[in-house]
Structures are given as C-alpha cells and as structure tokens.
Design a protein around this ligand. Sequence first.
Ligand SMILES: Nc1ncnc2c1ncn2[C@@H]1O[C@H](COP(=O)(O)OP(=O)(O)OP(=O)(O)O)[C@@H](O)[C@H]1O
Ligand SMILES: [Mg+2]
Length: 498
Amino acid sequence: MSLHPRFQATIEENCTKVTTNQNQLVLQNQFNTIMTHILDNIASVIAPQLTDVLTKQLNALKLLPPILPHNAMLGLPNEQYSVYNTIVNNLGSLQSKKYPFFFITGSAGTGKTYITKLIINWLKSQGRSFLLTAPTGVSAQTVGGFTLHSALRLSQSESGYHTLAFHDPDFKKYLQTIQTLIIEEVSMVSASLLDFLSNMFARIHNSDIAFGGINVILVGDLAQLPPVRGEYVFYSSVWHLFYPLFLHEPQRQYDDQQFYQMLEEIRFGKISDSSWTKITEKAANYDANPTSDWLLTTTHIIGDQINRTICNILPVDGDKYLLAEAIDFMEGKRLQPENSQTEFKSKTNMPPTIRLQQAARVMYLNNSLIEDGICNGTVGVVTDLDKNIPSVQVAFCIQGAIVHKWITRETSYFYINGQRASRTQFPLQNAFSLTVHKTQSLTLPTISLDLSQLFPPGQAYVAISRCPKWEHIRIMSLNRNAFMVDSRIVDEYSRLKK
Ligand SMILES: Nc1ncnc2c1ncn2[C@@H]1O[C@H](COP(=O)(O)OP(=O)(O)OP(=O)(O)O)[C@@H](O)[C@H]1O
Ligand SMILES: [Mg+2]
C-alpha cells in the first residue's frame, strides 16, 4: 500500500522526533552520570548545602551537543534543506563547473550552525579535507572547530597579520591539503583578516586566485557582533565572490514566533510601537529582589557587580575562600594592580582580582587547554581550592561533558611603552556575568540583561536573541541607544538580496 506523500512525511518526521527525544534522554542521563561521579568524588571536601548549589549550576551550564539523526536531512525545514542541497551539489572548483565560495546567512537562531554541522558530516562522508574555524573560542567550540588564530597560527602586530605557515614547512604542507575552509561567525572577522586569509592560501598554493582556489564557506549574520578591530568583513576585496544563501525561519525561537518577529524588528532597527512597549514594560517590571535560585541559574549579561552580589549568597566552607590579587611587575618593580590596571588591561585579559570559592562560576581565559575542550570563554564552577599552592579545581561544562581540572596561576609577559611587564594570576575571571562577546553563537535558556550599557551596534540584538522564549528574559535597565543599527549593514543585506 502506498501512502499519501503528506502522511509519509509526517511519519518520517515523527520517527525522527522519537529518536531525537530518545537520544536527548540518553545524553541527559550521561550528563547526570558525569555530574554524580564528580559530586561523589568531591563529597569529602564540599559542604552538603554547597552540593545543592553546585548541582543547580552545573545543570544550568550543561551544553548537550545537538542531535543530528542519521536521517536528519529528511526532517529539515525546506529552506535549510535547500541551503544544504545547494552546497552539496555546487561546492567545488570553477574548472569542474561548480562554485567555490558560499556565504550562509540569516537571522540569529535560524540554524546556520546546525546546517554547518550537517555540511561537515557530508564533507567527512566524501573524504574531503576541511578546516572548521571561528573568530572566538566560544563560537569555535559551539560548532566543534578551532579558533582562526590557533588553526592558522596567526598573530597580529602593528604591521598586520602574520602566520607561521611560512616558517614551518610541515604546517604549510598540512594547509596545502585543506580543500574547504569554513569560517563561522564571520561578522566578527575583519575585512583585512579575510583579505589576509585569501592571500595566505593563494601563497600556500603558489596561485594568484582568491584563497588559492580552495573552497570557502562563510557562515554568520552581519547584523550580529562586528569585528573587535577593523572594518566590516563586507569591505574585503574578496567579499563579492561569495554567493549568499539565506535562512529566514526561526529554530531557536520555534515555540515563540511572536518573539522571533520582535527580534526581526530589532535586527534592522525597525522596532514597532507595540514591541517597544513590551520591551519597556519588561524593564519596568524587573524584579529587584530575585530568588537566589534564579540568580544562580541565569546567564547575566550585566555589569561585573552581579558577581559580588551572587558570591555573597554562596555559603563558605571553612577557609575555602581566596581573593586572588594579580602579582604585577614593571621593569622588576612590583606594582599594585589597582594602579597598573589602566595600562595592563590592553595587554592581558587576566583580571586584577578574582574571588574564588566553592560554587563560584568562573570563565577560563585562554586557549591553552583547547585539547581538553576548554577554550577562552568556557564557563565552569569552582569545586575546591588549595590556598597553599594556590590552585583551584573547576568543573568546566563543555559540549556533552564536564571536565574537572585543577588550575594554577600563570604569568603573562608583555611590553608597555618599551618597558618589560608581567602579570601573574589565575587565567580565570568571575563569570556569573558575561559580556555579549562571550555569548555570540550560544542558546541560553534564561538570561538577565542590562541594556543600558550595550552601545556598539548589534549587541542588544545578539544578547536578546540568545534566549528561546521572551518570558525567560529579564531586563534590568534600558536605553534606546542599545538598539541602534548601523545602516551600512542594512544596505549590505539589500545588496546581497538583489
Ligand atoms: N533543523 C533543525 N532541527 C532541530 N533543531 C534545530 C534545527 N535547526 C536549528 N536547530 C536548533 O535551533 C537552535 C538555533 O540553531 P543554530 O544555533 O544553528 O542557529 P544560528 O543561526 O547558528 O544562530 P546564531 O546566529 O545565534 O549563531 C539550536 O539549538 C539548534 O540545535
Ligand atoms: Mg550559530
């Protein structure tokens, strides 16, 4: 008996959903097992009232990998399928009558990263070599890749970008084998960096064509965060080569389409009166006395003071508390961090002070533990500390796992106006509050925002769009300027659409 195609589709969709839900349960159970194992291991060093706080936080920070059922393509929404199909059928060299350069774009949460993962699976199935990169540690980790700087061994000086590819023949040989370069969160890549990458691969392949003729897939939303330094990526001389593929349908806000419409208005700065009323009402109804449970399980995109507020509500067990001050030197002379911070802050991201105690949320600040899945931006919870060494044990939540590690202080060396300087500190910062930069690409179940502080374009949009549901967002304070949009981005999208 043959089924009507629509019924067939429904059955297949449901089959996918059942296995997806079952897989989700398996992952959830695995996470619980890891968490129980860690809690059992630290039972002797942690007070019972802290175990509860720790469990709640680890649950709030858990990052389960998205499930890609082996028949995921069948369940894809049409437009995602179309983007996937276009890449699969057309990615290749011009000589083989294919096209090497694509740009997958669309609003926050439309599934750009999800599709990228499916494309990666396809590249793997074809035995094609690829390099999956992103400009920040967090976005690289979300997609399962490497930062551009670590993958291509890049550094930057006054004179521009440099790569070790031209000093290390083995590394150059490895790069020569890459057939496809994928760059996630490309809005944060500057025009000069994209130009540099194109020239770099051209030089590696002794070629004068863009990117030396390899395939390149850019992924991102230009309306999200711009590069920290430099011009928008669409001012790159190779930008016009990229063929845009658009996604429009919400996946992150799938269950709250009204909220998605509001996000669409915010994205291009055309906020309707009714949306603005909703936003201002939310800010006016901010609960100034939230419960400690809510404070502990929410991601705060708010100033630093919330760290102190939340740490103050955490119980302290015995002497397991450390206010770690940075040890700063300039030309052999010890400096007080409160005096050196103004000059030091552009040279090191290690903080002048950090408060370390059990159940405090902290963020790792460099990429030296990348092999453990921990990058600059990975968040974890302190489980123990030893003041004698001093060192601190942190349970870091990475995709699908918890990595439990002792962290000690490190020294970073740099020059300030030609003078030798150094800072010794834990490569950690208090992280009950995050900056918008550390959240781009993430999906966060509950968030609390201070929108009076976010000025550069795109920040308010990125912050608000992290959350699947409008009702799970709290707005502490508001400033209309936080919603400003750069008209050059709107213009670029009009051009791309044409
Ligand atoms: N086809 C799909 N089926 C199931 N879940 C999906 C699908 N597409 C996307 N999602 C889920 O929707 C959420 C948002 O998707 P994703 O992170 O890929 O969006 P994005 O466009 O990359 O967003 P951003 O611009 O914020 O990086 C994720 O939780 C993702 O797993
Ligand atoms: Mg993404």
